[in-house]
Design a protein. Structure first.
Length: 664
């Protein structure tokens, strides 16, 4: 095996930063790659050298094998680390790296290929004695056979992309009548995401735990389990919270699951860091009955996992370091008995998405990003970074480690509540709410968690919130005026001063008057008078002191973190009237940038409220667009395969009330 001292990281964002930092600490020269959209990204600046691989779309840059290999040759790289996502589980890429005479920091291509096809992987695991759920993983992919097998297995069942991952191409079926639609949707999403529309079907567990085992293997036949992670809290099969160890796993079960994971890795000749994922049904665990193990093989991820930091924090091992050591030919320097779990670690994924709008991905420019002490923050963004539609909208991973689970939970919740992320809509408050739930605090969360708990809706913007925003807006204006005319910023010949504002906070307008007299401030709105005092980082509202952080976008525009709320505040008193855009009433607009994967209607078709008319894919997720009226399709403005921007018209429908009797 050839040694190397120059490493190219074939990825972007948070994971590229993570790998580059460890590689540099170990003395490697590091090479970044970037698309046009990432030319000034943090991972590019952190590396010793960087090479452009194409325009912004991933399919034309990060996913172009020949471009990545050309970058390695041009930069003098001797090894390639793929990170996660993109080409990390592409066996053809791994083989191309080896064929080019470079070191591949990952498992053998054959292992990737064996586990990349979920149907073949399950057959292989069955032969290795790893527990499986009842299902169908055959090569005959006709809809007729899938329907027959589904009838044999019985509902509830899961339809999954055989080549899939990350929740794409996956549908839960609880009513057999919905199976044909689920198969069609899963096929489309699988073909779009993986270029392969093969499916598998298996019995669904409705309230399992999602528990995965981190494995590490070398070229000398050593395969070790590094303990488990619990990733049960998921939304659309995407992980939201991850922790190690699992509150549902005791020492005996940990040992049993660890042995199964090691057997799975050994069965494919695995090398490097990988993860074997299981569904855990705690009600069916019977340590005295091998036929009732209680856990079932789900898949193996032949790469570093997004959630690897929690394992690092409880084991004290740097998994990227060990990936590089193994790639250099080193044997693991410790045994299974020497793997110890220290304390508890919990991680959340901070995303640019809107929980109030069905978690649609959000885009924008990061105007402020600050997280306090006491937690680990893995991120690939900074102030000024643009979170766009081309890549995953994750902003950061925030991880807390403590001697016990509840301290880790409280520490993470506090760090999130105090964090400042302005410039785009995020799931920060949602994550705080999740960590505050009694069910999670008690360690009882299953994959059904988000369906079972009553997560708080965003509090309405009340008078105190508007008053605080007005006070901060007034203070920021006074600071600007003070710089221009020192000593006169709040002078008024009457000794008192009234400033009128019309504040747009969220979707509502509020007419307010900021009254100042002898250094005291009151905000009047409607029939309410609120005493306020905005200081450098705290606004006093009545008897409450509320911490805030403001980013000024202009004298009439603030981005404001007010307590745990993130607000965009505008004074529109002097703003010209905005043109209105008709939304609804038969005009369906794209909610974001993305690609149209399917169109289900044509001009002249009759549709009913809620009928699916088109499918849009954005940021790796499929979004169905439904009719908002009963009527006739008047115009279809897009076709499958076309790209759309936010607010582009997709379909126009003439509502029934606008049709004459004959048309109805």
């Amino acid at each position: 095996m050839s040694g190397f001292d120059t490493l190219l990281v074939a990825n972007r964002g948070e994971i590229a930063v993570r790998i580059i930092r460890t590689a540099r600490d170990l003395g490697y020269r590091t090479i970044a790659i970037h698309s046009d959209a990432d030319a000034a990204a943090p991972h590019v600046r952190l590396a010793d050298d960087a090479v452009r691989v194409g325009p912004a779309p991933a399919a034309e840059s990060y996913l172009r094998i020949e471009h990545v290999l050309d970058a390695a040759v041009a930069s003098g790289a001797q090894a390639i680390h793929p990170g996660y996502g993109f080409l990390s589980e592409n066996a053809r890429f791994a083989q191309a790296v080896l064929d080019a005479g470079l070191v591949w920091v990952g498992p053998p291509p054959a292992a990737i290929e064996s586990m990349g096809d979920k149907a073949a992987a399950k057959r292989l695991m069955r032969d290795a004695g790893v527990p499986l759920l009842p299902g169908y993983q055959g090569v005959d992919q006709s809809d007729e056979l899938l329907l027959r097998e589904a009838e044999r297995i019985g509902v509830p069942l899961m339809v999954k992309a055989a080549a899939g991952g990350g929740g794409k191409g996956m549908r839960l079926v609880t009513d057999a009548a919905g199976l044909p639609d689920a198969i069609g949707a899963a096929r489309r999403e699988a073909a779009s995401a993986f270029g392969n529309d093969d499916l598998i079907i298996e019995r669904a567990l409705l309230r399992p735990r999602h528990v995965e085992i981190q494995v590490l293997a070398d070229h000398h036949g050593n395969v070790l389990s590094l303990g488990e992670r619990d990733c049960s809290i998921q939304r659309r099969h995407q992980k939201v919270v991850e922790e190690a160890p699992s509150p549902a796993v005791d020492a005996a079960l940990r040992s049993t699951m660890g042995r199964a994971a090691v057997d799975a890795a050994a069965a494919v000749g695995y090398v490097g860091a990988g993860t074997v994922e299981f569904l855990l049904d705690t009600d069916s665990v019977d340590p005295d009955d091998p036929s009732r193990p209680g856990f079932f093989f789900l898949e193996m991820n032949t790469r570093l996992q997004v959630e690897h930091p929690v394992t690092e924090l409880v084991t004290g091992l740097d998994l990227v370091e060990w990936q590089l050591r193994v790639a250099q030919g080193e044997a693991l320097g410790f045994t299974q008995d020497e793997v110890a779990i220290d304390g508890h670690a919990i991680e959340v994924r901070l995303y640019a998405e809107d929980p109030a709008n069905d978690f649609l991905p959000a885009s924008g420019t990061v105007a402020a990003f600050e997280v306090g002490e006491g937690v680990r923050v893995d991120t690939g963004v900074e102030v000024g970074s643009i979170v766009g539609a081309h890549y995953d909208p994750m902003i950061a991973k925030i991880i807390a480690h403590a001697p016990d689970r509840d301290t880790a939970r409280r520490r993470l919740r506090s760090a999130l509540a105090d964090a400042t992320v302005l410039g785009l809509t995020t799931n920060r408050a949602f994550l705080v709410d999740v960590l505050s739930q009694e069910l999670f605090a008690d360690g009882g969360a299953t994959t059904a968690f988000l369906d079972e708990v009553d997560l708080a809706a965003a509090d309405p913007v009340d008078a105190a919130t508007v008053a605080a925003a007005a006070a901060v807006m007034h203070r920021e204006r006074c600071l600007v005026a003070e710089r221009r005319t020192p000593g006169l910023s709040e002078w008024d010949s009457r000794g008192a001063r009234d400033v009128t504002m019309r504040l747009a906070v969220g979707d509502d307008l509020h007419d307010v008057v900021v009254h100042t007299h002898l250094g005291r401030t009151q905000v009047r709105l409607a029939d309410t008078v609120v005493a306020t005092d905005a200081q450098a980082d705290v606004v006093i509202v009545g008897d409450r002191r509320v911490p805030y952080r403001a980013v000024v976008r202009g004298q009439d525009h603030l981005l404001l973190r007010l307590g745990t709320r993130d607000l965009e505040v505008r004074d529109v008193l002097l703003a010209p009237p905005e043109d209105t855009v008709v939304r609804g009433e038969g005009i369906l607009l794209a909610p974001m940038h993305g690609g149209v994967t399917a169109v289900h209607v044509a001009p002249g078709d009759r549709v009913r409220l809620g009928d699916v008319v088109a499918v849009l894919e954005a940021m790796k997720m499929e979004h169905t667009m439904t009719a908002d009226v009963d009527g006739l399709v008047a115009e279809v403005c897009v076709s499958a395969g076309s790209q759309v921007a936010t607010d582009d018209v997709l379909v126009r429908i003439t509502p029934d009330e606008e049709l004459d009797d004959e048309e109805r």
